[in-house]
Design a binder for this molecule. Structure first.
Ligand SMILES: *Cc1c(COP(=O)(O)O)cnc(C)c1O
Length: 364
C-alpha cells in the first residue's frame, strides 16, 4: 500500500517502485514504558517488521531505489556504508532477490554483534564486498570498481547513495508519513506531538518531515544524531529536505512546496557519545529498559541512542502531557536462518577482525 501514490497519483506513474515490504507497519501503545516515564500517550511505529524476512527502515527507501534500478535495466547496484551498515545489508538482501548483483564498499567502524550479522547476510546474498581503509581513498576505490563493472557488464552499476538517502530513496519516508496519517485518521493513535527518530545520512528524518508537512500533520521531528555535528545538523537536514521537495515537485507538480524556515524539527547531537557506533551509557540503559518493559530489541548505534534521548526528555518533564511516537528503524526479524552456514573466513581478510576482536569495551 503506497499511501503517497493514493494522494499524488502522478507520482505513482513517475516514480519507480517495487514492493518489498508489508505496509502499513504496526503502531502500538507502550503502556509499561509510558507508565515508568510518566508519559500517558507513548507509542511505537515498528518498522522492525517492515518485511517478513528482513525488516528495518531501509526497506522503505529500497522499494524506490531498487525499483529505479530495475526500471533502468541495471544489472549491478553499488552502494556504500560502514562495515555493519544496515543499508548495505538490506540492499544486498533485496538486490539478490530481485536478480541484481550487489557491490558494497565498506568503511571501518567499531565492532558489534549486528556488524557480524550484516556482513554474513551480504556473504549469503552473493555481494561483492570491498572493504575501504578510509573515507579519503573511497572515491578512488569507487572509480576502480565502477570501471571494472563497466568492463564486465558493458555498463556502469547503478549507484545507490550511502544510507539510500537520495531524493528517490527519501520518497520512501515521505510515504511513511502519509501512512502514519492514515493510522491517525483510523484512530490507531492520536496525532503525535513529536516523533523520535535516528539520523545518520538524514534521509529518513528528511522524508518524514516533508511527508508530515505535506500530509498536514504539525508533528515535531526529533532527529537524534548518530554522527558528529559536522555531518548531521539542522542546516544539512533542511537542505536535504529542499532537494527532495524539488525532486517530488518535478515528478508531480501537485506536491506542495514545504517551508523549511520554521522550527519544526530539532537535530539533537547530545546523544552520539564519542562517535558513530560507539556505545554510550544512556544507550545501553535505553536498550535494557525497552527490552524489559516492552520486549522490543534495540541496538546501540541508532535506536538505543534515540530512545536515550526520549528517556532524557521524559525525565526532564519536556514530554509531560504530550503524545510521543518512537519510530523503531532497526530490523526486528530473526536472521539466523539467512546467515546459517556462512563462514566469516570467506569474507575479504580486512573484515575478519569484526569476528576475531572482542566488541569495544570488552576486557581481554
Ligand atoms: C539507516 C538507519 C537510520 C538512519 O537513517 P538515515 O536516513 O541514514 O538518517 C536509523 N536507524 C537505523 C536502524 C538505520 O539503519
Amino acid at each position: 500500500m503506497i499511501c503517497l501514490f493514493d494522494r499524488f497519483p502522478v507520482l505513482g506513474q513517475t516514480l519507480p517502485h517495487v514492493d518489498l515490504g508489508e505496509f502499513p507497519t504496526p503502531v502500538r501503545k507502550l503502556v509499561s514504558l509510558g507508565d515508568l516515564l510518566g508519559i500517558r500517550s507513548l507509542y511505537v511505529k515498528d518498522d522492525g517488521v517492515s518485511a517478513p524476512l528482513y525488516g528495518g527502515s531501509k526497506v522503505r527507501k529500497l522499494e524506490f531505489l531498487l525499483g529505479g534500478a530495475l526500471r533502468n535495466g541495471a544489472k549491478t547496484v553499488l552502494t556504500f556504508g560502514y562495515a555493519g551498515s544496515n543499508h548495505a545489508a538490506t540492499t544486498a538482501f533485496y538486490g539478490d532477490r530481485l536478480g541484481l548483483r550487489t557491490v558494497s564498499m565498506l568503511l571501518p567502524q567499531p565492532p558489534a554483534d549486528y556488524v557480524r550479522t550484516n556482513l554474513l547476510l551480504q556473504l549469503a546474498s552473493g555481494t561483492e564486498l570491498r572493504p575501504c581503509s578510509s573515507a579519503g581513498t573511497l572515491l578512488l576505490d569507487a572509480l576502480r570498481v565502477l570501471a571494472a563493472h563497466r568492463m564486465k557488464d558493458g555498463r556502469f552499476p547503478e549507484i545507490i547513495f550511502p544510507g539510500g538517502s537520495s531524493p528517490a530513496g527519501i520518497a520512501g519516508f515521505v510515504n511513511a508519513a502519509f501512512e502514519l496519517k492514515q493510522q491517525v485518521e483510523a484512530g490507531i493513535l492520536p496525532a503525535p506531538d513529536c516523533i523520535y527518530i535516528a539520523a545518520g545520512t538524514m534521509g529518513t528524518a528528511a522524508g518524514l518531515l516533508l511527508g508530515l508537512r505535506a500530509a498536514g500533520l504539525p508533528t515535531e521531528v526529533m532527529a537524534i544524531s548518530v554522527l558528529p555535528g559536522k555531518y548531521v545538523n539542522a542546516d544539512r537536514l533542511a537542505a536535504i529536505c529542499r532537494r527532495a521537495n524539488a525532486f517530488l515537485r518535478r515528478n508531480d507538480g501537485a506536491f506542495p512546496v514545504v517551508d523549511m524556515s520554521g522550527r519544526q524539527f530539532h537535530v539533537r547531537s547530545g546523544f552520539v557519545g564519542t562517535g558513530y557506533a560507539a556505545p554510550t551509557p544512556g544507550g545501553i540503559e535505553a536498550i535494557r529498559l525497552t527490552r524489559e518493559t516492552e520486549g522490543i530489541a534495540l541496538e546501540g548505534t541508532y535506536t538505543g541512542k534515540t530512545m536515550a534521548a526520549l528517556l532524557a526528555d521524559a525525565r526532564s518533564g519536556a514530554l509531560d502531557g504530550k503524545t510521543v511516537l518512537f519510530w523503531n528503524t532497526f530490523n526486528g526479524r530473526p536472521v539466523e536462518n539467512a546467515v546459517a552456514g556462512q563462514n566469516y573466513r570467506d569474507l575479504p581478510a580486512p573484515l575478519h577482525r569484526y569476528f576475531e576482536d572482542p566488541p569495544e569495551g570488552t576486557p581481554g
